[in-house]
Design a protein around this ligand. Structure first.
Ligand SMILES: [Zn+2]
Length: 505
């Protein structure tokens, strides 16, 4: 039994907290949850409907299921190299082993191999480790994604809506290839030009404008594809989507600098871009070599964009033995937090190997630095799961956590799968699951004040302290919610909890 289930089972404490309007009892829903907790099928059914605040760690490319990439490539007249399973642009040449995807789309022998090549399905029967297979998938399907970014949003938002996920903070790299090319062509990125001057380059401004126009087009395609204009109730239309500009970090310093500059400028100029992240294998030799330098790039640029300095989430500590030697496990999370000023950490798996691990955990708890937990991804890529995973360590130290999917299409999971996995692996209580769900909004980079003063106790801010969901709001609470985009979604989540729990009364 953990401290949360103790709290859950203490009726006097529940009553006391309820009277103070802090922690309303979920009653029969909680009892039902406890009843089905050990039954994976009924638990899945329960948690599929369970309201989830959001997914804060989802790479758009990796979120797509192979079946859709194949269907889009077929419709778009693209080809596939049958020796490497890499999708490519026409012209195709079947006699040279590069047929049109449309021509092999329903050949069961070939299509099953392609689905395996685009995901970790059946990796154990292939030549690659799960880690290598995971990262090999991206280059195979990436050309299928071109021109389909709106379709990709349609897929992920529809899946989110069906699982009662309110908010997606999606990582994508629009414009990042061009940013890297800018650095290749323009020697001003080689370290001798001030950041202020770089930020004003015409080529950078043009790239920002072009990227935002492209984002408009993607969103239009997403809405059109779902048919949101005529039927806004279609699953997916109402899911709130924001973006984290993702910098591909496995490139030389100047190219990382150019991408990071683009990321900060996108955040500055468009509210749809709420933050940034650094992605690509953390164990790649260039990432290991440049990690500190990359953190310094973020720190220095954040000083130029002070309004964005608290919108940094970083993959850090997605490492384990024997993937890297022990000395590589000692400093990535610490540097992400202390040098780059990350407000959230993705993965954080190797935290116990960090220099001064206990001080770091204490600092993260004090500073409310959330860890985005990706259980399935960590099990597949790093081979770390169960008691070996620091989930319980973070929790015991008071570090806020949220569950996320990382690459749900490649892993062939969904967010519900991660809630089920976490519940069963760590014997989580219903109260703590609600905290995880609430954290995914409270620690999002949405603008505005937080609805809660204390999330574990669900203690609302003064302006809304006396208000209850699905009742007429007080003037002060109406005003507060009108002032905060984040709080409005948080209020929506509380309403969803209320409706969900009422079904079990
Ligand atoms: Zn990730």
């Amino acid at each position: 039994m953990n401290r949360y289930s103790k709290l859950m089972l203490t009726p006097c404490l529940m009553l006391l907290l309820s009277l103070h309007g802090t922690l309303a009892s979920a009653g029969p829903a909680e009892s039902y949850f406890n009843h089905v907790k050990d039954d994976p099928l009924l638990l899945r059914h329960f948690l599929y409907q369970f309201p989830k605040g959001g997914d804060l760690h989802s790479h758009l490319d990796g979120a797509i299921y192979a079946e859709n990439y194949i269907a889009w490539a077929a419709t778009d007249g693209k080809c596939i190299d049958l020796s490497s399973f890499i999708i490519d642009l026409p012209p195709c040449d079947a006699s040279a082993g590069r047929p049109r995807v449309a021509d092999i789309q329903f050949d069961p022998g070939i299509i099953n191999s392609i689905i395996n090549a685009f995901s970790i399905r059946n990796y154990e029967f292939g030549p690659l480790s799960s880690h290598d297979q995971f990262f090999a998938t991206f280059q195979r399907y990436i050309v299928a994604s071109h021109g389909r970014q709106g379709s990709m949003l349609a897929e992920v938002t529809e899946r989110a809506a069906r699982q009662k996920v309110l908010y997606l903070e999606i990582m994508q790299s629009y414009g990042m290839d061009i940013a890297r090319n800018l650095a290749v062509k323009n020697e001003k990125f080689n370290g001798n030009t001030s950041l202020a001057e770089l930020a004003k380059l015409d080529a950078v401004e043009t790239l920002v404008t072009d990227t935002l126009v492209f984002t408009d087009q993607v969103e239009q395609q997403w809405q059109d594809e779902l048919g949101c204009k005529n039927a806004p109730d279609i699953p997916g239309c109402a899911v709130e989507v924001r973006y984290l500009a993702q910098v591909i970090r496995t490139f030389p310093r100047d190219q990382v600098l150019a991408q990071t500059l683009l990321a900060f400028k996108l955040i500055e100029q468009d509210p749809r871009y709420v933050g940034l992240n650094f992605v690509a294998p953390e164990d790649a030799s260039i990432t290991l070599r440049d990690h500190r330098v990359q953190m310094q790039i973020i720190r220095d640029l954040a000083a130029h964009f002070p309004g964005s300095s608290n919108k940094i989430s970083l993959h850090a500590g997605e490492l384990a033995l024997p993937l890297v030697p022990p000395w590589e496990l000692r400093h990535h999370i610490g540097e992400a937090v202390h040098i780059a000023g990350a407000r959230r950490i993705g993965h954080g798996v190797d935290v116990i190997h960090e220099d001064d691990a206990m001080e770091l955990l204490e600092y993260m708890a004090q500073q409310r630095i959330l860890v985005e937990i990706n259980l399935t991804s960590n099990a597949l890529i790093l081979g770390v799961e169960g008691a070996e995973h620091p989930f319980e360590l973070y929790r015991s130290k008071g570090v806020p956590l949220a569950l996320s999917t990382d690459d749900e299409g490649v892993s062939r999971i969904d967010l519900t799968h991660e809630y089920v996995r976490a519940t069963q692996t760590y014997d989580l209580s219903y109260v703590y699951l609600k905290e995880l769900s609430r954290n995914a909004l409270a620690y999002s980079f949405l603008p505005g004040a937080d609805l809660f003063m204390d999330i574990p106790r669900a203690e609302k801010v003064k302006d809304c302290a006396q208000d209850r969901v699905r009742r007429k709001l007080s003037n002060s609470c109406q005003k507060f919610l009108a002032s905060s985009e984040k709080a409005r979604l948080q209020w929506q989540l509380e309403e969803d909890f209320n409706l969900f729990e009422a079904k079990y009364d």
